[in-house]
Write a protein that binds this ligand. Structure first.
Ligand SMILES: N[C@@H](CCC(=O)N[C@@H](CS)C(=O)NCC(=O)O)C(=O)O
Length: 219
């Protein structure tokens, strides 16, 4: 049995689950994944049977006599950063770290218009759909500004927001998927950063597993 289990929702749709998956893949953690299918009559009961909040994702740390449950995507990422300091899931520099925490928190609690009108739908192609809904253009403009500012100030050492991959990138991985699906016009920096996230091995693994999942559900 592995030390950690990450409980996730259907990979095609569960943007919240993709974030800690992205983060844990950038640590040396030995983990497995338990999938709970979303949008079924049993979903709520199945999630409640394991998750105290009634939501996925959930991380279970089995290294404790009574396995420790950590819920909420950002709390899980924070916990992973503490368990694996060598992975540098937050930037080492205190100023960069403060900004990384700010952009992650902003993503976690904001961008309601984007979330509502451009839901993650991993393999869908819906160019233009939802882009004219109220608030969406403002959300996209703010995300572009955040990405440009981080890449310009802190990204010299690599293609991620703070150079190497951090929790901030995990928080925005579902946005890259949304942008691929709905295809808003993006500036050069944002477009390149979307490609970086989509090419990340963690994102690729998630897609591969999601393909198997949709294959199974269609069988
Ligand atoms: N703030 C939470 C939100 C989690 C969330 O909304 N998860 C959805 C799936 S993506 C869920 O569990 N929904 C319950 C359901 O479908 O019954 C987090 O960051 O983890």
């Amino acid at each position: 049995m592995t030390d950690f289990t990450l409980v996730v929702g259907s990979r095609e749709w569960s943007s919240w689950s993709l974030r800690p998956y992205f983060a844990i893949c950038h640590t040396p953690a030995a983990f497995d994944v338990t999938l709970i299918a979303l949008r079924t009559p049993e979903t709520a009961a199945r999630i409640r049977s394991v998750s105290p909040s009634g939501f996925v994702p959930l991380l279970i740390d089995r290294r404790f006599a009574t396995p420790l449950k950590v819920w909420d995507s950002l709390a899980i990422c924070e916990y992973l950063a503490e368990c694996f300091p060598q992975a540098q899931l937050w930037p080492a520099d205190p100023a960069a770290r403060a900004v990384a925490r700010s952009v992650s928190a902003e993503m976690h609690s904001g961008f309601r218009a984007l979330r509502t009108n451009l839901p993650m739908d991993l393999f869908a192609e819906k160019p233009g759909v939802g882009l004219d809904a109220e608030g969406v253009a403002d959300d996209i403009a703010r995300i572009e500004t955040l990405w440009r500012d981080c890449r310009t100030a802190y990204g010299a050492a690599g293609p991620y927001l703070f150079g190497a991959p951090t929790i901030a990138d995990a928080m925005f991985a579902p946005v890259a998927s949304r942008f691929r699906t709905y295809r808003p016009a993006l500036g050069e920096i944002a477009a390149a950063y979307v490609e970086t996230l989509l090419a990340d091995p963690a994102f690729r693994d998630w897609e591969t597993a999601a393909r198997r999942e949709s294959h199974i559900s269609q069988a």
